[in-house]
Design a binder for this molecule. Structure first.
Ligand code: SF4
Length: 341
C-alpha cells in the first residue's frame, strides 16, 4: 500500500449566510483551541515543551473538553488524547495509513460496505476534536465526502435489498446541521428494506451541547430504529453535563452504546476501565466495544499489546457484571466481522 500524504481535516463550517443565530454547539466549535501552546497555557503548563502539530492533522479541542482536564497535569488522560507529540511524525514499521482497509471496502465513493447487511456512510470529514490515535487521520476525505454523493448512496442502498442498516460516520456526522441530516434520514426511511439507523459520534462526549431538541426530534421521528454509538475512553470525560446529555438521548428512545479504544497511558488500567463502565451505566449507556488500537501511522505510542489487553479483561471480568463488560475486539481489513480477542 502506498503511503498517502495526510490531508487537511475539513472543519465544520457552513458557507451559507446565517439567517438565525448559531446554536451554542456551533459557537463552541468555532472557538475550539487549535494551537498546542494555547492549550498548555490554559492548563498552567506553559513551561511544558510545546510540540508542533503534524501538518494535515492539527490539534482541535473545544473549551468544554479542556475544562475536564486537570490543571498542571501533563499526563492528564484527556490532554494526552488530543495533544500532538513529536513521536507522531516518525515512521513506525507495521503501521499504515488505512489500517482497517476502508479504501478497499468502499463500494462507491464515501460508502463502505464491509459487513453483511450494513453500510457505513462518510457524511463528513469534520470532527469536533482531533484524537491523536484516530484510524482515519490519513483518510482522503475530499474525494469521498460531500452532499453531492448522497443521491448515489441512496441509489446504491435502494438497489441492494440485503442492506438493512445504515451507519452515519465520518469524521463525525453530528458536525452537520440537523436540517440537512433530517432531510437525508427522511429519504433513507423511504427505502423499505432499511430498518436501522446507527450514528457513530463522539459529539455527545466532546460537545454535549450538540444534543439539541432538533437532533432528538429527527433521530426519534423516523420509522428507522435509532442506535447511537458514542466514543468515550476515560471516566473523566463524562461530567454532569455529558451524563445529562446521554440520559436525554436514551430517554428519547435511542439505544445508546459506547465504544472505547484501549490506549497506553490513558485507560490501560482495569480500575479505570471498570469506572468508565459504571459511569456510562449511570448515564444510561452500555459499554459495547473495547478496541485494540488500529495500527495507524502516528499512533504507535498508544498501543497496548494483545497479551496486556487480555490480562486487563480478566481483571475487568472479576469486578464487573457481564452487562457492563465491553467486548475486546480488533478490526482487520478484509474480514467479514470484527475479531473478538
Ligand atoms: S476518533 Fe472519531 S472523533 Fe476522533 S478524530 Fe477520529 S473520527 Fe474524529
Amino acid at each position: 500500500m502506498s503511503i498517502r500524504t495526510p490531508i487537511a481535516r475539513i472543519t465544520a463550517k457552513s458557507s451559507r449566510p446565517e439567517a438565525y443565530p448559531k446554536p451554542r454547539w456551533r459557537r463552541e466549535l468555532a472557538t475550539a483551541i487549535r494551537q498546542p501552546e494555547v492549550l498548555l497555557q490554559a492548563l498552567g503548563l506553559e513551561h511544558y515543551e510545546s510540540p508542533l502539530s503534524r501538518s494535515g492533522f492539527g490539534m482541535l479541542v473545544p473549551h468544554s473538553y479542556v475544562a475536564r482536564m486537570r490543571k498542571g497535569e501533563p499526563r492528564d488522560p484527556l490532554l494526552l488524547q488530543v495533544l500532538p507529540g513529536g513521536h507522531e511524525s516518525g515512521y513506525a514499521a507495521g503501521y499504515g495509513t488505512d489500517p482497517v482497509g476502508d479504501l478497499a471496502a468502499m463500494a462507491i465513493p464515501g460508502l463502505i460496505h464491509k459487513y453483511q447487511g450494513r453500510v457505513l456512510l462518510l457524511l463528513t470529514g469534520a470532527c469536533a476534536i482531533h484524537c491523536r490515535y484516530c484510524f482515519r487521520q490519513h483518510f482522503p476525505y475530499s474525494a469521498n465526502i460531500g452532499h453531492r454523493l448522497w443521491d448515489t448512496w441512496l441509489a446504491h442502498i435502494r438497489a441492494d435489498t440485503s442492506i438493512h442498516e445504515v451507519i452515519f460516520s465520518g469524521g463525525d456526522p453530528l458536525t452537520l446541521d440537523d436540517r440537512r441530516l433530517s432531510e437525508f434520514v427522511e429519504q433513507l426511511a423511504e427505502i423499505p428494506h432499511l430498518r436501522t439507523l446507527r450514528i457513530h459520534t463522539r459529539l455527545p462526549i466532546v460537545l454535549p451541547s450538540r444534543v439539541t431538541e432538533a437532533l432528538l426530534s429527527w433521530l426519534t421521528g423516523t420509522r428507522l430504529q435509532p442506535v447511537m454509538v458514542i466514543h468515550a475512553n476515560h471516566p473523566q470525560e463524562i461530567d454532569s453535563e455529558v451524563a445529562q446529555a446521554l440520559r436525554r438521548i436514551r430517554t428519547a428512545g435511542v439505544l445508546l452504546l459506547n465504544q472505547s479504544v484501549l490506549l497506553r497511558g490513558i485507560n490501560d488500567c482495569s480500575s479505570t476501565l471498570a469506572t468508565l463502565s459504571r459511569v456510562l451505566f449511570e448515564a444510561d449507556t452500555l459499554p459495547y466495544y473495547l478496541h485494540l488500537l488500529d495500527r495507524v501511522q502516528g499512533a504507535h505510542h498508544f498501543e497496548v499489546s494483545e497479551k496486556e489487553a487480555l490480562r486487563l479483561m480478566k481483571e475487568l471480568r472479576a469486578s464487573l457484571p457481564g452487562y457492563l463488560l465491553p467486548r475486546l475486539v480488533k478490526e482487520e481489513g478484509g474480514k467479514v466481522s470484527k475479531t473478538s480477542i
